[in-house]
Write a protein of this length. Structure first.
Length: 121
């Protein structure tokens, strides 16, 4: 594994992750428009997402049942996971290059990202 090859792989991962997440969210948005096209929108109060869309199993279940809100949440989840996958790929690439310092730094960054995602309020 060379630096140039790793750079191409990381760029491809980022491009694919962003495009996939945009496609999934767009499909969910289009489905939402089809489902709710005739409903009047009430802007006087804000209602957040349902409780089942605040957990990974709930998002996956909702998306599997083709609920538009679940598909949109899945797209956002893919978008959030793209940089995390980039750091993991970088750590693997640095390991294959034999660069222990950058493997260590990448794993620390990955641990911080995962910790912050798991303990977010």
């Amino acid at each position: 594994m060379t630096d140039d090859r790793l750079e191409v792989l990381v760029g491809t991962l980022l491009r694919f992750g962003v495009l996939l997440s945009a496609l999934v969210a767009a499909v969910g948005g289009a489905l939402s428009l089809v489902e709710h096209h005739a409903e009047a929108i009430n802007y006087t109060s804000f209602h957040g997402e349902p409780a089942e869309l605040r957990t990974l199993p709930g998002i996956f279940t909702s998306a599997a049942h083709l609920h538009s809100e679940g598909i949109i949440q899945l797209g956002l989840l893919l978008l959030i996971s793209t940089p995390v996958a980039r750091v993991a790929l970088a750590a693997l690439g640095f390991h294959l290059e034999g660069d222990r310092l950058y493997v260590t730094v990448s794993l620390i960054v990955l641990a911080v990202l995962l910790f912050s995602m798991m303990h977010a309020a």
